[in-house]
Design a protein around this ligand. Structure first.
Ligand code: PEP
Length: 250
């Protein structure tokens, strides 16, 4: 049985003070939620949000990482620094990182390896563009992203995958439950091919314009184990509305 998860990706939003206020409100509302709740504030607010959620059932995530331990890499953050700040999870390979910062599958793989070696847990993002879906190459694209991200990784323990169709991120265009489930089932199949039956334990989150109004149908799907939420995670009311519905699963 997979524990469901709802992760909020705050992207480049919120000062430290705003982040702590939002995290505190979410913590209060989700104290007894029967699903894992994860918050990914910007780097500057990690430590303060970590302190605000300490001792609760809410975990802390970073939105990115660099794959070296230390050194002359101006502007980058090492895994040990994220651990030090209180992180449990790291979002890796988000489509915005791939698009604006030219992250390749090879970079994603290096980051996943380093995150695991540091004792952190990666939330690995994959997903096709609108053009790729229209061309009918969604499975081809997502299959390559998953295989390359996890290349050389022995165990799927501690890995979370987020299927985020690029055309659905921040657009209000959510994948239908059937469209999403098809890709989630496909990803679980790929994990089965590469790693055997441990694929059944991997949580696969859906991301892309999730709201309290559309999550219910998505979470009913067998292979959808939760959500990675952008816009709707910036308000306690909408984020906790999503959490409440995910927590009801099965
Ligand atoms: C995201 O950025 O991971 C995301 C899913 O954003 P949104 O929910 O705003 O589409």
């Amino acid at each position: 049985m997979r524990t469901t998860m709802v992760a909020g990706n705050w992207k480049m939003h919120n000062t430290i003070q705003e982040s702590v206020a939002l995290a505190t409100a979410i913590k209060k509302e989700t104290a007894h939620a029967a699903c894992e709740v994860v918050l990914a504030p910007p780097f500057t607010a990690l430590y303060s949000v970590g302190a605000a959620i300490k001792g609760s059932n809410v975990s802390l995530a970073a939105q990115n990482i660099f794959y070296e331990d230390k050194g002359a890499y101006t502007g980058e953050i090492a895994p040990s620094m994220l651990k030090d700040a209180g992180c449990t999870y790291v979002i890796i390979g988000h489509s915005e990182r791939r698009k604006y910062f030219h992250e390749r599958d090879e970079d994603v793989n290096l980051k996943v390896k380093k995150v695991l070696a540091t004792g952190l847990k990666p939330i690995v993002c994959v997903g096709e563009t609108e053009e790729e879906r229209e061309k009918g190459v969604t499975e081809f694209v997502v299959g390559i992203q998953v295989k390359k991200a996890l290349h050389g990784i022995e165990s799927l323990d501690n890995i979370v995958i987020a299927y985020e169709p690029v055309w659905a991120i921040g657009t209000g265009k959510v994948a239908t439950p059937i469209e999403a489930e098809e890709v989630h089932r496909f990803i679980r199949g790929v994990l089965g091919d590469t790693h055997g039956s441990s694929n059944k334990n991997v949580r696969i989150l859906y991301g892309g314009s999730v709201t309290p109004d559309n999550i219910e149908e998505l979470i009913d799907m067998e292979d959808i184990d939760g959500a990675l939420v952008g816009g709707a995670s910036l308000k306690a009311e909408t984020f906790t509305g999503i959490i409440a519905k995910v927590a009801e699963k099965r």
